[in-house]
Design a protein. Structure first.
Length: 295
């Protein structure tokens, strides 16, 4: 049963409760329940009900996290050979960790910037993205558990929340770095991951990754959409703003090769990302594309 919009908690408060939930599965479940309640209230609104309240809340600087996995410096996370079952589990574990962070990143975006005025569609987009990340986390945890492992069985990268902390007072920076750089990077690397699990004949993992791949493009697109919206409202050049935000908040250069087609689909054009990479990378990708087209 969906709660009536009048009894629904303000969205910012729901976001903070998700952020304060430590256990991964419980976080994903609450995220899905609150997301469903939000969209039920929005459907009621379209039938003449009141608009659900966004409200205001204070999100924690760091979201609650389970006691396991242990979070380590990326250089200290043990590497396992990719061709082995342990290597595949390690890869699924790393993906689960990314998805869990992504749930928190979207709810944090919802709760943290309520002082900035937006059309309600801004909140619809990020609630939908948070629900999809919750599904992704569950899908990958299901795979780990089917393979006699679980999320928390091995160490995971610390520092994934760094981009969120550094952009906690800068929404333009947050949109540039989180959806338009970090999530766009997911579009670049996921086809290779799918091939990797196909070679291992792990069809359920391939199917999980295909769901993730098809939905992640929307998250990048929401980032681009609202980044452009803000730039348009403030009358600033989006490409220049993107370059300056990424140079300020993202440490290092962007890494080619890029999935240019999916990035274009998500509204991130080449002149946004190529100037932020090594020039040699661009030459290498042009040569690779030419070789593929010639073969
Ligand atoms: Fe995801
Ligand atoms: Fe995502």
């Amino acid at each position: 049963m969906s709660p009536a919009s009048t009894s629904l908690k303000p969205l910012a408060q729901m976001a903070v409760e998700v952020l304060q939930t430590a256990d991964g599965r419980a976080k994903a479940a609450l995220s899905l329940a609150y997301g469903a309640a939000w969209f039920a209230a929005r459907a009621e609104e379209k039938q003449g009900g009141a608009r659900p309240d966004i409200g205001q809340a204070t999100p924690p600087d760091e979201p609650a996290r389970p006691t396991a996995p242990e979070l380590k410096d990326p250089r200290e996370v043990p590497r396992r050979r990719p061709g082995t079952p342990e290597g595949r589990n390690a890869m699924l574990h790393a993906i689960a960790h990314i998805e869990l962070n992504a749930i928190d990143l979207h709810w944090d975006l919802i709760a943290r910037f309520t002082h900035i005025r937006f059309p309600v569609g801004f909140y619809d987009d990020w609630v939908k993205a948070a629900m999809e990340e919750s599904k992704h986390f569950n899908l990958v945890c299901d795979r780990l558990e089917a393979l006699d492992s679980f999320y928390g069985a091995m160490p995971a990268h610390a520092g994934m929340w760094r981009a969120a902390l550094e952009t906690k007072d800068d929404l333009l920076g947050r949109l540039a770095v989180v959806p338009m750089v970090l999530e766009a990077r997911g579009l670049d690397v996921t086809p290779g991951l799918i091939t990797f699990f196909q070679k291992a004949k792990d069809t359920p993992s391939v199917e999980a990754l295909q769901v993730i791949y098809s939905e992640e493009v929307h998250h990048v697109a929401y980032g681009s959409k609202w980044f452009h919206f803000l730039c348009g409202r403030e009358d600033i050049d989006p490409k220049e703003a993107f370059h300056s935000m990424v140079r300020r908040y993202f440490h290092g250069l962007l890494k080619a090769p890029f999935n240019e087609e999916k990035r274009a689909e998500a509204g991130v054009p080449p002149d946004f990302y190529w100037p932020l990479t090594e020039p040699e990378d661009m030459v290498a990708q042009i040569e690779r594309t030419a070789a593929q087209e010639g073969s």
